[in-house]
Structure formats: C-alpha cells, structure tokens
Design a protein around this ligand. Structure first.
Ligand code: PEP
Ligand code: MN
Length: 337
C-alpha cells in the first residue's frame, strides 16, 4: 500500500502515518520526491481501508498497489529514479554508456579498453572478473587480480566500474573495487544473493534472466529494494526464444514496458542481446530511441582473440562509430550522451 503525503507535509504528520503503518504490521519504505513524500507499506497485510489513511493530517492520497512488486512499481516514485554516482547520473537526461570487454584478461587489454571507451565518451567501464560460463572448462575470470586491474585502468581514465558478483561470498571484494555490482542473467533469481545485495549501499545492475518475464525481473528488483537498497538499474540483455539467427532475442519492447511499470532506470545490452557484433549498432540505436537510460556494450581491442564473447565484442573503431550515431539518436529523443 502506498500513502502519498501532501506537498510540504509536516514531519510530525509523516511520522504519525509511519507509526500507524508499523502498528498494522507493515514494513515502511520512505521515498522523498521533489514535491511529495511517498510511504510504501509492504507486508502481508490486506485487511485495511485506504480511507483510514486518507483522513489523516497531511495525507494526499492512499492506494493499494495491485502489482506483486511494490517498491519497484512506478507508483512508488512517479518521477523516476536517478542513481547518482559521483557526477554520473543514471536515469537522468543523459544516456550513460558502460563499455569494455566481457572479461578482464590482462593489464594491457583492460588498459587499452579503458583508453578507447573513455576517449569516446563512455562513463563506466565494464569487465567481468568472475565469469558465469556455460562450460566449466571455459575461462572463469581472473578474480581479485582482474578487479584490481579494472579499477586501476578505470581510475587512470576517470571511469566508474561495473563488474559481476556471482555469489554472496564475493560481495565484500566487489565492494572494494566496483562502483556498480552486476547481477548476471543466470543469477537473476538467486534470491539469497539478491537479499544480500539489499544490504549493500552501492548501485546494482540487475540483468534479466534468459527466460524471465518482465514481472519476474521487477520482483527480483523488489528483493533488493526490500532490503533498503533502492539504487537498482534493470538491464534488458535479450531473452531466449525459438529464433536461432541471433544468440538471444533483444526485447526492445521491454524498455518502454519497464518504463511504464517501474521508476527504475533501464539499461540495454545489445551485445548479449544479439551475440553478433554486426547487430550491436542497430540494436543500440533502437534501444536509445525506445528510451533506454543507458547501454552496456562489449568492446575489445582484439575481439577475435578475446577469452569470452569475442563474436559480439566491437572493435574500438566500431565503438567510436556507435557513439557518434547514438549522439544523433539521443538528440532526436531529447537526451544527450
Ligand atoms: C556479461 O555481462 O558478460 C554477462 C555474462 O552477461 P549475462 O549475465 O547477461 O549473460
Ligand atoms: Mn559477456
């Protein structure tokens, strides 16, 4: 249930509503927007009449949220969420590009990637140090050494870092090196991991599972948010369908659908979404046109020799081309890059 307070409601009135919600058995999440404070009461309490709250001093309106996710629902923050990391804002008017190799492979590789993507205007470098590979015999990532190299390269080029966390035990390590913790498609429904990430106070990039519905994605975000970490960005990275021409089917329609159902920023990953470098650029353009708040793009200086996902990794020159084209698209939809 959601209680929207009147503009400029007194703190004492807000507190009275919180106390009432708590006494009824709700857990209360507070969102302070520019104009209104919104109080989200979550919990298995159904036996209440919204009018009881509507008549309280300082209350503007009260609604039952019918969707199974509450905090991730657009109603909780109608104005949208902007995640601020230093001077980078994700969910604002600028489309934020996160780019870099699939995996951190060595110091030279990650340095070349950082230099290339920073030079073209990316704000965040990506690179996995813990890799969820389909085969146990494939390269599994460099672990902490990889994270250290990634951080050092990012710092040399003024970039933020996003990197994947695969299990709870890795969280402290990721917190030491990364600005954004990525939950991969395979872990979207690892509820223990999601709950733990609710306790951390760094933004989470939550990727859509390969066969997850949008509702399931939003419920996974709800797991994180119910722990008090509201800085969650969602990521459309393609879903598995009957189509075999591409590695996955990039669900561009998920972008506007998520935008209307949720206030959380949505990032598009056309690299995993298509699995082919020749299809990354058109899908990136489509994603920005459809309203994506950011892009996650794999870039490698020598993709044919990449240790993972080479076929979908752009050459640096292709990334330069992509950024140039995206500037035009962004402008057409009143955004910048
Ligand atoms: C990745 O970002 O390299 C990755 C493994 O992504 P996903 O979880 O979407 O497959
Ligand atoms: Mn990859």
């Amino acid at each position: 249930m959601l209680v929207v307070m009147q503009e400029g409601a007194a703190e004492s009135h807000i507190q009275k509503v919180i106390d009432r919600l708590v006494s009824m058995g709700f857990i209360v999440h507070r969102s302070s927007g520019v104009l209104h404070t919104v109080l989200g009461g979550v919990g298995p309490v159904n036996d209440f009449d919204p009018i009881e709250f509507e008549v309280m001093a300082g209350v503007k309106e009260c609604h039952r949220i019918v969707s199974p996710y509450k905090l991730a629902s657009r109603h909780f923050r109608p104005g949208g969420t902007v995640i601020k990391i230093g001077d980078v804002e994700i969910g604002g008017s600028q489309v934020i590009v996160m780019a870099g190799p699939c995996s951190v492979e060595n110091r030279d590789q990650i340095e070349q990637a950082a230099e290339a993507v920073a030079g073209d205007g990316a704000k965040v470098i990506r690179g996995g140090a813990f890799k969820p590979r389909s085969s146990p015999y494939s390269f599994q990532g460099l672990g902490e050494d990889g994270l250290r190299m990634l951080r050092e390269a990012a710092d040399r080029h003024g970039l933020l870092v996003v990197s994947e966390v695969m299990e709870q035990a890795q969280i402290p390590l990721l917190l030491n090196y990364a600005d954004i913790l990525q939950v991969g498609a395979r872990n979207m429904q690892n509820y223990n991991l999601l709950r733990q990430l609710g306790e951390v106070r760094k933004p989470i990039l939550l990727k859509r599972g390969i066969s997850a519905t949008i509702e399931e994605l939003l419920l996974s975000a709800e797991y994180i948010m119910s722990g008090g970490n509201y800085d969650v960005m969602l990521c459309e990275r393609g879903i598995r369908t009957f189509e075999t021409s591409t590695r996955n089917t990039m669900d561009i329609s998920a972008i506007p659908v998520v935008k209307s159902l949720s206030h959380l920023p949505i990032i598009a990953d056309p690299s995993h979404g298509t699995g082919r470098r020749d299809k990354v650029l058109p899908m990136a353009r489509a994603a920005v046109a459809a309203g994506a708040d950011g892009l996650l793009i794999e870039v490698h200086h020598d993709p044919d020799r990449a240790l993972s996902d080479g076929a979908q990794s752009l050459h640096p020159a292709q990334f330069t081309e992509l950024m140039g084209q995206l500037r035009t698209i962004a402008k057409a939809v009143d955004r910048s890059i």
